[in-house]
Design a protein around this ligand. Structure first.
Ligand code: CTP
Length: 422
């Protein structure tokens, strides 16, 4: 089968770069193939700007030459002979064709150079084990050693061999992620192998740190609750924490998370980007106790900022009560919300029903959070205040006044400051 026509229908920027890579490979006597998710998505007619390329030798050198020739930024990982090039929203992954062996279940693979057949055979699912030639003599030629095309057509996910999940248990997470994303079924034998992996405790026996990346990729999906629900059904969630249990209402909360994030991005598009994946993660774990969450932070080796946000949502549950008062002054609302991250505040916003409390949060985002005093230390010095604790105290009081009395101009601030000093 040859899909040159399909390739020519890709985004202009994509096909131009693929052709240039192919020509460049010809010149250096290298065989190059499109592989992995990029090929799968061509057949699924899904836009994908992450091009996966495999070459038969010297992937890193090839990537280095290519980056100079095409003016692409290079980020390389020598370890598996792979390199990533980037150009705006486009990413090109270059790898040398390889064979993998797993010394023991769940270990990191030992990697050697291999043939195209080896490289396709080491992959997770048949739909991800397709290759397309991009050299001149086989441009557009599809290499389908594992009947991936038929599986794409039948919307089936199928592993390539019986030890697949035991070799690399993170594939269990990839399985539910792809099944949910593409609305694919799981082939019967694959389902049985998954059950065996569950009985063997494949994910539980793995270092949680190594599971983290694939788990977080689930939360980066558009509707992660679908994959999590499937994961719960087919494998269970105890590998995250033994006490983690989810009910129908927890999946509903994920829809709310999406709604508040959409709202935030519409209203406040110039603010920093929200880590929505972390919000989903926090929501799904919110039934656990603080010490259980602390254990997760440690086991999964979460980054400091991630741990802080995860724990602060649980630790600040009294916010519902605190914000329910109509009589709160802006500075009081500010003091309640400012220590929290946008993600955590939005999680509360998703759940708070009380109208007054909702208004406080909207005001925080719209006004209080943007409030800055115009006066500087120099203005204080000019009025005879010497740097020290009093200095800080005055600036704090000024800020409070600015929030509560809506001082707009620097002149208004100055008058207020003078009154404070007096
Ligand atoms: N792969 C694998 N086993 C893994 C991870 C990756 O076999 N545990 C292979 C698959 O063939 C996959 C390719 O490496 O298609 C690229 O991996 P990745 O970029 O993670 O997956 P994509 O399929 O591109 O997924 P996505 O669409 O989510 O980017």
């Amino acid at each position: 089968m040859n899909i040159t026509k399909k390739l020519n229908h890709l985004d202009l920027k994509l096909i131009a770069i693929i052709k240039r890579i192919g020509r460049f490979a010809d010149k250096h006597n290298i065989r190059a193939f499109l592989v992995g998710g990029f090929v799968r998505d061509i057949f699924l007619k899904i836009k994908n700007f992450d091009i996966d390329i495999a070459v038969d030798k010297q992937g890193i050198n090839f990537a280095q030459f290519l980056s100079k020739k095409l003016n692409l930024k290079i980020i390389s990982h020598q370890r598996f002979g792979t390199a990533i090039l980037s150009l705006g929203n486009l990413k090109v992954d270059i790898a040398t064709l390889r064979k993998e062996a797993y010394p023991y279940p769940g270990s990191l693979p030992v990697v050697r150079e291999g043939s195209l057949a080896d490289d396709l055979a080491r992959r997770d699912f048949s739909v991800n084990a397709l290759a397309v030639g991009i050299n001149k003599d086989d441009f557009g030629m599809v290499f389908d050693h594992f009947n991936g095309l038929a599986d794409i057509e039948h919307k089936d996910l199928r592993v390539l061999h019986d030890k697949s999940f035991l070799d690399d248990p993170t594939r269990i997470l990839r399985l539910v992620r792809f099944a949910a994303r593409f609305n694919f079924s799981i082939e019967t034998k694959t389902l049985n192998l998954l059950k065996q992996a569950r009985l063997a405790g494949a994910l539980e026996n793995m270092q949680k740190q190594r599971v983290r990346e694939e788990l977080f990729l689930i939360f980066e999906e558009l509707e992660p609750e679908k994959a999590i629900k499937l994961l719960d059904k087919l494998y269970g969630l105890k590998f995250i924490h033994k006490n983690l249990r989810l009910a129908a209402a927890d999946y509903q909360r994920s829809v709310k998370v999406r709604e508040v994030c959409d709202w935030f991005e519409r209203e406040f598009y110039s603010r920093r980007k929200i880590d929505i994946w972390l919000m989903y993660f926090i929501v799904f774990l919110s039934g656990l106790e603080v010490d259980e969450l602390e254990a997760i932070c440690k086991d999964f080796v979460l980054k400091r900022g991630e741990s802080i946000r995860l724990l602060s949502f649980k630790r600040s549950q009294d916010i519902f009560k605190k914000l329910n008062k109509a009589s709160l002054k802006p500075s009081e609302v500010y003091n309640i919300l400012n220590p929290l991250s946008y993600e955590v505040i939005l999680l509360f916003f998703a759940e708070i029903k009380n109208k007054q409390a909702r208004r406080h949060i909207i005001n925080f985002f719209k006004r209080y959070n943007l409030t800055r005093i115009k006066l500087t230390g120099n203005d204080l010095k000019k009025l005879g205040v010497r740097p020290g604790p009093r200095f800080k105290e005055l600036l704090g009081l000024m800020f409070k006044q600015k929030l509560n009395s809506r001082l707009l101009t620097k002149y208004q601030e100055l008058s207020a400051l003078k009154r404070l000093i007096r």
